[in-house]
Design a protein. Structure first.
Length: 68
């Protein structure tokens, strides 16, 4: 009986360790995805701001040139 009990304890410990490992792996994956998404979105937003800023300058210069 003791041998069976020890085996069940080891299996339970192994199961807990496996769950901990899987949770850490999932968290790491989630953090990587979040970082990549944030980086992509911030770069995209920066490009959009630059494009709109340049377009506004161009439009402003064109409007000024047309008036003069």
């Amino acid at each position: 009986m003791c041998h069976l009990r020890e085996r069940e304890d080891l299996e339970a410990k192994l199961l807990v360790q496996t769950h901990k490992f899987l949770i850490r792996l999932l968290l790491s994956f989630t953090q990587d995805i979040t970082h990549c998404t944030t980086t992509f979105l911030s770069r995209h937003l920066f490009r959009v701001i630059i494009i709109h800023s340049n377009a506004a300058k161009l439009w402003s210069n064109t409007a000024t040139f047309g008036e003069g």
